[in-house]
Design a protein around this ligand. Structure first.
Ligand SMILES: [Zn+2]
Length: 84
């Protein structure tokens, strides 16, 4: 099942393509740099890298609120590549 790479949100209709290394920091639109992320994580991630965003969620769980999970991961973060 496809989930958000950062919070584990499982609803496909809320998932978008995310650049692990943001375009603003030199990341390109190639398959290894594209993963699934929910629209809320995608917006909060901004110009952070994937690893930076995961760390940010751990430091500021109260800010990383969306869906029913309120900042706590449903499942541990792992990348769901778009290419598979
Ligand atoms: Zn998410």
């Amino acid at each position: 099942m496809l989930c958000c790479s950062y919070c584990g949100w499982p609803n496909l209709y809320d998932l978008e393509a995310d650049h692990v290394i943001p375009r603003s920091r030199g990341g390109s639109t190639v398959s290894w740099n594209l993963v699934w992320a929910c629209k809320w994580c995608n917006r909060q991630k901004g110009d952070k890298t994937g690893d930076e965003y995961v760390a940010w969620r751990r430091v500021f769980p109260a800010l990383a609120t969306h869906g029913p999970y309120h900042g706590y991961e449903l499942i541990p973060p792992r990348y769901y590549p778009m290419s598979s």
